[in-house]
Design a protein around this ligand. Structure first.
Ligand SMILES: C[S@@+](CC[C@H](N)C(=O)[O-])C[C@H]1O[C@@H](n2cnc3c(N)ncnc32)[C@H](O)[C@@H]1O
Length: 189
């Protein structure tokens, strides 16, 4: 069961010039991005071979920029935020095995996975309870950042037939959602 998380990082900086000591500030909530990368890929045994995360960065200075981290091709997965941020910088510079950086916006990222035959899900508080969902063999799971998804992005997901899946009525951190879904789907391997 392969899963790709697509995170829309509306403020994530699109240049590797941010400070590793201030991920939550000028880096445009890169702390949130880093926690999501850890949640998607880290297991005690190494990178999750069945997982991938696409981070669509939409912040300054040159949006959009999509970073894809593919667990099956990575040598190691980050266990901490600074390590993850170092990997983000390397990925932006094209120097990290299993990662790539490309000019790809949110709409194109969703369309790519849809075109590859993935079933698209939108993680949303008001969706169908996740325990009732029979996730597809290849699942693309879309999340918003601290601001959630904007209405235009939600309309796009509706147009492509993304099913809304809920982890409950409480709004959790994006990284917590990735942890919960990963735990559920790893159990169904
Ligand atoms: C911190 S939340 C966004 C909160 C934001 N204040 C809002 O109202 O949308 C980040 C993302 O995690 C996902 N999420 C949060 N709680 C969830 C839940 N209970 N079930 C499913 N997805 C959830 C959604 O994709 C959301 O956009």
């Amino acid at each position: 069961m392969h899963r790709t998380f697509i995170l829309k990082a509306s403020e994530g900086r699109t240049s590797p010039d941010f400070s590793l000591k201030s991920l939550a500030g000028a880096a445009g909530r890169m702390d949130l991005v880093c926690r999501c990368i850890i949640a998607a890929l880290h297991t005690p045994q190494g990178p999750d071979r069945d997982a991938e995360i696409v981070v669509v960065l939409e912040g300054e200075p040159d949006p959009p920029l999509a970073l894809t981290f593919t667990g099956g091709r990575m040598e190691r997965a980050p266990a901490g935020e600074v390590e993850a941020a170092e990997m983000v910088v390397l990925a932006m510079r094209g120097g990290l095995a299993g990662a790539k950086a490309e000019r790809l916006g949110f709409e194109e990222a969703v369309a790519r996975y849809k075109g590859l035959g993935y079933k698209v899900y939108y993680l949303h508080e008001q969706g169908r309870p996740s325990m009732e969902v029979e996730f597809a063999e290849r699942s693309a799971l879309v999340l918003g950042d601290h601001k959630g998804l904007d209405p235009a992005s939600e309309r796009l997901l509706d147009r492509v037939g993304a099913e809304r899946v809920s982890l409950g009525p409480i709004s959790y951190l994006a990284s917590q959602c990735i942890n919960v879904v990963s735990a559920e789907l790893r159990g169904k391997r």
